[in-house]
Write a protein that binds this ligand. Structure first.
Ligand code: ATP
Ligand code: MG
Length: 321
């Protein structure tokens, strides 16, 4: 089998993590935890970490580090954040030649306040949202893909345009919907017939179908698309193709330093193997290892596994659907 080409499309951000054990202490008021920053004062930080994020740019890095042909398409600007994002993707071997760069676009920018307890508050600048018709992107690049991995497009119409194009070209789609896609549930459901793999967490699955356990939810989602993955944080995940159902536990019980990018590492980790013809079981083991590695480090990309890493066994059960 030749090496698969995976195209990713969606938002990109520059993420700046500010760590302070003193300044970012959680304060509780009426059952809600608050970050309290007194106005007019200067507060000391322990550490500042610049990274990049955006769900699909994280996925693109998983694909590239696993030796696949990874192409990223989006519209970015000439601002510092856009440049940093492109440099990060280039240095990981992601093909960014399909990125449209113009001074009228701005990348997203997130400032993440990390307290010592692992709690975080995110200040997010959305950056430029793309129009629903997909302009100015050249979507003919999709024809060169074996798979397209989609998340966080910020616009359900754009998602529809891309999924429809993929169906036309006969390109398989994996979707890991983000909040902007999930809030248009009726539309999202109508698009699932052209999606091959859907990855959602437990709460997201409950917005799509009825069900209590992750297994029940995964079974119900197969009414919409052929392959389903439902993850449940440290409790693991279930994947099924309607014939086999695989239940995975925790890959490793690690101290969580920063869970940003856990879902991206999981979804893209799965597809990096599944697209190469690996079984559901092998794909979910790699997904679990990749996401476990990501939560051990600050930022969504630092922990993404490289090709040739040695994996170990994990609690896992496989049975007929
Ligand atoms: N605390 C943890 N310890 C170990 N592994 C974890 C932990 N949290 C998440 N993971 C791994 O990451 C995978 C995906 O996590 P989760 O179900 O929270 O996804 P998500 O809610 O989509 O995440 P995101 O908020 O990044 O979108 C899990 O199946 C697990 O393998
Ligand atoms: Mg998620």
């Amino acid at each position: 089998m030749s090496i698969p080409t995976i195209v990713t499309i969606g938002k990109a951000t520059q993420d700046v993590f500010l760590k302070s054990s003193k300044a970012f202490k959680p304060h509780e008021h009426k059952g809600v935890l608050y970050e309290q920053l007194p106005l007019g004062q200067k507060l000391d930080l322990d550490e500042v970490i610049f990274t990049t994020g955006g769900n699909v740019t994280n996925a693109a890095v998983t694909f590239a580090r696993q030796g696949l042909h990874s192409k990223y398409i989006w519209a970015l600007g000439l601002d510092v954040s856009s440049q940093v994002i492109l440099d990060a993707l280039d240095s990981d071997g992601v093909d960014t030649s399909g990125v449209v760069q113009d001074q009228s676009y701005r990348a997203s920018y997130s400032t993440i306040l990390l307290s010592s307890s692992g709690e975080r508050t995110i200040l997010n600048y959305r950056g430029t949202d793309l129009a629903g018709d997909g302009k100015p992107l050249d979507l003919s690049i999709l024809a060169s893909a074996d798979w397209v991995y989609l998340s966080a497009l910020g616009n359900i119409d754009l998602l529809e345009v891309i999924i429809t194009k993929c169906a036309e070209y006969g390109v398989k789609v994996m979707l890991n919907p983000a909040s902007s896609e999930l809030k248009e549930m009726a539309k999202l459901k109508s698009l699932l017939e052209d999606v091959t793999v859907l990855a959602v967490n437990k709460e997201e699955a409950q917005q799509i179908v009825e069900g209590q356990s992750v297994e029940e939810l995964a079974r119900h989602v197969t009414h919409y698309c052929p392959v389903t993955i439902v993850s449940d944080g440290p409790h693991g995940a279930v994947t099924t193709d309607g014939r086999t159902i695989v239940t995975a536990g925790m890959y490793e019980d690690v101290p969580v330093i920063d869970r940003t990018g856990a879902g991206d590492a999981f979804g893209s980790g799965f597809l990096s193997q599944f697209s190469q013809g690996k079984s559901l079981k092998d794909s979910i083991i790699f997904a679990s290892a990749n996401s476990t590695s990501v939560v051990r480090q600050i930022g969504a990309k630092a922990g993404i596994l490289h090709l040739g890493v040695t994996l170990h066994d994990m609690p896992l059960a496989e049975k007929p659907f």
